[in-house]
Design a protein around this ligand. Structure first.
Ligand SMILES: Nc1ncnc2c1ncn2[C@@H]1O[C@H](COP(=O)(O)OP(=O)(O)OP(=O)(O)O)[C@@H](O)[C@H]1O
Ligand SMILES: [Mg+2]
Length: 502
């Protein structure tokens, strides 16, 4: 329902609403008789199928519900209260859903008690649709779990000293390509298994923020109240998606303790908080363990280069997107469905709308996606550079011209090698030794690490979780390989051969 229509629907008189509440199976004539209007005055809303009276839009508004004698009953459950109000209004679930611009499923979930803490905005829409007075509204908000200071704010009462709520997560920056399995796992961890802390971990540019934004979107659509906190230490360029509003990243500092500020901003207002780029430690960093202790019902999803290593934490390592196999001839339709190729093509078409996979470029696109290990930001940069160099030429140059591993937009984003270096710096010294040893090899097994570190399996596990190495492929079971970016980093940082010989 668009805004204009919604306003029209909200503006119609109660008499019509009463009629609408009984329209099931009625003919137009019956409705006319009941409302004492001529047939010309009744129009059918194509979008909702509801019948609206044009004449009555300006008619008197008589309240259907009078709860004066009931007084506030904070103890009533939200489901009961909603059913009672709807019953009195005479609206069906479908009609209430239409008036409130919510889905009928949402109404059913609320009335059945399946969803007990609806989003504040949804409660406001329901209260509007049901034409509740202030006291009734407040009662509905209270039953839905909104804390008192927020209910005051909703009613326009003087603001209390409570800090502003966290911003809502911004919309994802575009369609999420692939990642269905990862998204489902993330959602299940929170909703099915009820885990309170899920860390989405991986190298910079692998798609952590995009994935959690999509998860937040899905959860909000299901009625979860989701807050967004972009850590002060996070990236603030292409990879950052600050929320709109005066305070994009989170609460303004009120105390010297960012965790306390966050706890105060969360209050009872959020079921889930997403902390993006939560690696920042020291001043400005959030103590996630403390946050979970002080907000007992809260779920937290945090993104970062490394896990938090907290009790009960569930870690979702985000690894590279699927890459195509190298083959002599490619079925272009199937090739375009491989995650990394699909993402690369979507970026290519932004700058070159006519770009298509063809005989003469498919092989280069395959090799480029493989060479870049299906890292989303690397694919994005490469597609940008393809305005200058066609894929095959870019592939030939990128291994020696490291400037091609930066954003072609010339923005302030870190280049890909500096980004991956941050992950290398985070892992333990033993892992770095392993990387230095294996970076150049095409693939290797855990057994090959035996002589390098005391606990090779643990070192390999850490490297996999941090996204610095990956399985070599289905055709090479048990074998692993370093990311191309890791390889290039070692190539760049390795002392020249002459110096090494000294
Ligand atoms: N599955 C995907 N579908 C479409 N675009 C994606 C996907 N994954 C990542 N991207 C895009 O790739 C870029 C990098 O992703 P993102 O910012 O989410 O990475 P990140 O892991 O959060 O990086 P950082 O650690 O630097 O914050 C973004 O432009 C993002 O929109
Ligand atoms: Mg990010």
């Amino acid at each position: 329902m668009n805004n204009r229509l919604r306003n029209t629907v909200r503006g119609i008189g109660d008499r019509e609403r009463e009629v609408l509440g009984r329209t099931g199976g009625d003919t137009l004539g019956e409705i006319d008789r009941r409302m004492n209007t001529g047939p010309h005055a009744v129009v059918k809303n194509v979008a909702t199928g509801l019948l609206l009276s044009e004449r009555a839009v300006a008619g008197p508004r008589q309240r259907l519900l009078s709860t004066r004698s009931e007084g506030p009953r904070e103890s009533a459950s939200f489901a009961d209260l909603l059913k009672r109000h709807r019953g009195r209004s005479g609206l069906t679930q479908q009609q209430l859903a239409d008036f409130a611009t919510l889905s009928v499923r949402a109404i059913r979930d609320l009335e059945s008690g399946r969803v007990r803490r609806p989003r504040r905005e949804s409660v406001g829409l329901l209260a509007d649709a049901l034409r509740l007075r202030d006291a009734e509204r407040q009662q509905l908000h209270a039953a839905g779990g909104s804390p008192a200071h927020l209910r005051d704010a909703l009613l326009g009462l003087p603001a209390s000293s409570a800090p502003p709520a966290l911003p809502e997560p911004p919309a994802p920056p575009g369609t999420l390509v692939g990642r269905e399995a990862e998204l489902q796992v993330l959602l299940d961890q929170v909703t099915v298994y009820g885990h309170r802390l899920v860390s989405v971990v991986g190298i910079s540019g692998i798609g952590k923020t995009h994935l959690v934004l999509e998860a937040a979107r899905v959860l909000r659509a299901k009625g979860w109240r989701v807050g967004w906190h972009a850590s002060a230490g996070g990236t603030r360029c292409c990879g950052a998606h600050p929320a709109a509003g005066p305070d994009p990243g989170g609460p303004s500092p009120r105390t010297a303790d960012p965790t306390a500020d966050l706890v105060a901003a969360i209050g009872e207002r959020h079921d889930l908080v997403v902390i993006d780029s939560g690696d920042a430690s020291g001043p400005g960093g959030v103590d996630v363990g403390e946050l979970l202790r002080r907000c007992p019902g809260l779920h937290v999803v945090v993104t970062g280069l490394t896990p938090r290593y907290l009790p009960g934490e569930r870690v979702l390592p985000l690894t590279a997107m699927a890459v195509p196999e190298e083959a002599p001839g490619h079925d272009h339709v199937r090739l375009a469905e491989v995650e990394s190729v699909a993402l690369f093509l979507s970026h290519m078409r932004r700058s070159q709308p006519g770009f298509r996979l063809r005989e003469d470029n498919a092989h280069a696109v395959v090799r480029l996606c493989r060479w870049l290990d299906g890292v989303p930001r690397a694919l994005e940069y490469a597609a940008g550079w393809c305005l200058v160099y066609p894929p095959e030429l870019l592939l030939a140059r990128a291994g020696r011209d490291f400037s091609l591993l930066s954003s072609p937009a010339g923005c302030g984003c870190q280049d890909l090698l500096s980004s991956v270096a941050r992950s290398v710096d985070i892992v333990a010294q033993s892992c770095r030794s392993v990387l230095a040893e294996v970076a150049d090899r095409p693939h290797w097994t855990v057994g090959d690490l035996d002589h390098l570190v005391p606990d090779p399996a643990a070192a390999l596990h850490a490297l996999l979780v941090h996204g610095l190495v990956r399985p070599a492929g289905a055709h090479l079971p048990g074998r692993f390989t370093a990311l191309q970016l890791v390889r290039l980093l070692h190539l760049r940082d390795r002392p020249p051969a002459a110096a090494r010989a000294c």
